[in-house]
Design a protein around this ligand. Sequence first.
Ligand code: PLP
Length: 425
Amino acid sequence: MNITNFFEIDEKLLKFDKKALEKCKKQFQRIDEITEFNQLKVLSAFIKNGVSEASFSGSTGYGYDDRGREVLERVMADCMGAEDALIRHNFVSGTHTLTVALFGVLRPNDKVICLTGRPYDTITGVFGIDSVTDGSLADFGVLYGQVDLKADGMPDIAEIKRVLKAEKPKMAYIQRSRGYSTRPSLRIDDIKEIIDAVKEVSPESIIMVDNCYGEFVETKEPCEIGADIIAGSLIKNPGGGIAPTGGYIAGKKELIEKCSYRLTCAGVGREVGATLGHSRELYLGLFSAPHVVGEALKTAIYTAALFELLGFSVTPKSDETRGDIIQCVTLGSAEGLVAFCQGMQSGAPVDSFVVPEPWEMPGYTDPVIMAAGAFTLGASIELSADGPLREPYAAWMQGGLNFHSAKAGVLLAAQKMLTKGAINI
Ligand SMILES: *Cc1c(COP(=O)(O)O)cnc(C)c1O
């Protein structure tokens, strides 16, 4: 009894599957330990804050006196080891959430320095890095600076100290996840090293972390090691695959208060915002998040192990400690990348019959191919992969609501590559 009861997988590939699982054992045990710790952290936050069935009832109109919303924000603060938090379905994306946090805290003539090189694509427009776009921070007179990463993709601590000592910026900005770059993701220990450096030379700087893709990957979150404010998306890790949309900001009480005035209006802040019956999904998603992140991590580790054995280069490697849920697999050829995405799509619970093709995308110089068959549009906590059709033909893969289903998707990706002659075994 195995996957071949339901899907056609080559005997030779099944041998690699078996070897890959064997190779993952130790890492899986580590992931189970992290998952259990984070699950208990979340459970205690629910218990401590007295979540009850009444917390799930939704408000309409202005959303005054929405007790469920208030309790959820307390729970989220505790889950992130923060003083306070905002968690709302009204945040339309991760980028919007980060934007509210940045505009909430920064004022004209303040300077923000990004310490982890060029930020995630959509955030460059929010800062107004390349040009002063309408509505960007630059448009409002907020200055931007950047400390590039070293050649190995890691933060340049000496340069960070030098620049911050000279500039003493209002905000130091850190991106935890690699996003779609080739640099490694930052582990909590790496972030701590940056934060310690900032505190040493510029203790007044507000430290903000873009926490996207990083929640519940390790046993500590950035606020627990000195970050002042963090933000992320609910259709990634902390929504547990259940939140239909939304985002969160967590951190120091006075900073969260400032963000609340940007989220709604000066003087009104967090006291409004109808939950419209979405509270239950946000609670349930947050409760499920540590487990779902564990499943996504196992999927990433298994993929790394399988493709290492099949002779491909992968980052991170199967035995490396991870800072986020993203797995990059270098497939070496356009045919390989296309087959990988098409095979993965064929194993999705939703839209399995769709055959993805490379397509021109705004903002990209090369055509991009994507595999995504998700319950929530664009949710990358669900199994998904994409990559631009250019050297080295790498796929960035992430997510997986449960390991068993996601593993089938990965095997089908490899099977399609085998059928197309893009794997030699
Ligand atoms: C996903 C992500 C964002 C926000 O992206 P949205 O698509 O707007 O949700 C920001 N930063 C990083 C590192 C991300 O991975």
